[in-house]
Design a protein around this ligand. Structure first.
Ligand SMILES: Cc1cc2nc3c(=O)[nH]c(=O)nc-3n(C[C@H](O)[C@H](O)[C@H](O)COP(=O)(O)OP(=O)(O)OC[C@H]3O[C@@H](n4cnc5c(N)ncnc54)[C@H](O)[C@@H]3O)c2cc1C
Length: 385
């Protein structure tokens, strides 16, 4: 299969990492098709948890990532007024998996992936929005079409053409909350290095992720219906209105963030599906299994997909077998992560005061040592040493 013509739809984390992994396995005829006109980034930052960095190490990308990212050592849970509810020791998870957890800006991660794509001589065709897959070919909105032996659908969660082809339905599910995401590079040392701060309100949440003392990203979240009037308001004003009387750190971070670096996102995921392939098309990343940001694992799972998919394509003689084994290997883990993300979101965005009080008491009584063990067990599943 090494000489097969492979096309990848989507130059996101999943598409780029898959191209790099396939190239390292000796596949030579790979092209990426991206609907955007340039390699713009969506989103503020990302934590590459130990399961993802372990894979990135195998793909020889970790060294570059460590240069610009920041190590995460713990995740603190707090009330909106700064009372500590508990903390997950991320170092313990990292030790068990054998790799560091690293926060990085999306822009930096994308630049590292794009540099590797460039030196691997993989072409990205921008301004190519796939509109249909038919007869083993992809048709684009610029009237071009391309035949391929293998089509990899890495075209994300919101309107994946590949998912529509494979599954018939590609409609994501709104999960009744919105995120305002922001990235901040400050002159002041405003971030607490190595510690993710996760503030819980009632139906509202604010998370702060440091990359270093001066740079980090954040997400404010609130339970809201689709198309709420909030979407038309000034992001900063509305954030100050919602979170202004929470911990003073939050207010400072919002105020210091430039308006153009704040984005409002209505948050969707997908119901798990048991069929990720049809004929010569295989789904990966969010197109196959998109988990909520509350899972923390969306991009990490896309990276795992890239690794396993390329290994199977290299080791199997028949395309059908590679596709089937890939889905078999990945379905359970990604489904557990998707459902855990939903459960956590249901708890965080519940607006009932009594429920929230009980939830916080439970958080205080949690055995975080056991939590680390449980998380490490799930995240390390199918990650080779
Ligand atoms: C608010 C928010 C915060 C998040 N935070 C985290 C986090 O901290 N950690 C984490 O691991 N995950 C996080 N995620 C999830 C993560 O962003 C995704 O899981 C990850 O980006 C999936 O990668 P992907 O390549 O599959 O899809 P995407 O990154 O969405 O890439 C899809 C690409 O396909 C292109 N495309 C789409 N349609 C077409 C088409 N028709 N033709 C051609 N190209 C097309 C898009 O332009 C895009 O470039 C977050 C998600 C959200 C919404």
């Amino acid at each position: 299969m090494k000489n097969n013509k492979i096309i990848i739809l989507g130059a996101g984390v999943g598409g780029l990492t898959t191209a790099i992994a396939l190239c390292q396995k000796g596949f030579q005829n790979i092209k990426i098709y991206e609907r955007r006109n340039t390699a713009t980034t969506i989103g503020a930052g990302i934590v590459l948890w130990a399961n993802a960095t372990k894979i990135l190490g195998k793909l020889k990308l970790l060294e570059e990532i460590e240069k610009v990212g920041g190590k995460i050592s713990e995740m603190q849970r707090l009330t909106e007024k700064n009372k500590i509810l508990g903390a997950i020791n991320v170092n313990e998870i990292d030790e068990k998996i054998g790799s560091p957890s690293i926060a990085i800006s999306r822009k930096d991660l994308q630049e590292i992936l794009l540099e590797k794509i460039k030196i691997s001589n993989i072409e990205i065709k921008y301004n190519h929005k796939a509109i249909e897959i038919k007869n083993k070919s992809v048709f684009f909105d610029n009237n071009e079409s391309v035949f391929a032996d293998i089509i990899i659908g890495a075209d994300g969660r919101m309107n994946s053409v590949a998912r529509k082809y494979v599954n018939g339905n590609n409609k994501p599910v709104y999960q009744n909350f919105v995120n305002w995401i922001g990235i901040l590079e400050s002159d002041e040392p405003i971030f607490t290095e190595n510690s993710v701060l996760d503030f819980w309100g009632c139906g509202e949440r604010f998370g702060i992720v440091p990359i270093n003392k001066f740079k980090g990203y954040w997400a404010g979240a609130k339970s809201l219906p689709l198309n709420s009037p909030y979407r038309n308001e000034d992001n900063k004003d509305i954030l100050i209105k919602i979170f202004g009387n929470w911990s003073s750190k939050i207010g400072s971070i919002i105020k210091l963030t430039k308006s153009e670096n704040i984005k409002y996102i209505e948050v969707f995921d997908h119901n798990p599906i048991t069929n990720w392939n049809k004929e010569n098309v295989c789904l990966i990343g969010d197109a196959a299994h998109s988990a909520l940001p509350t899972s923390g694992q969306g991009a990490c799972q896309a990276i795992e997909d890239a690794f396993h998919f390329s290994n199977l394509l290299a080791s199997e003689n028949k395309l059908e077998n590679a596709f089937q084994k890939f889905q078999k290997l990945r379905f359970e883990k990604t489904t557990i992560i998707t459902m855990a993300g939903r459960d956590f979101a249901k708890s965080l965005f519940n607006t009932d005061k009594e429920f929230c009080e009980q939830r916080n008491i439970q958080a205080q009584n949690t055995n975080y040592q056991n939590s680390s063990v449980g998380i490490a067990e799930l995240w390390s599943k199918n990650i080779p040493n």
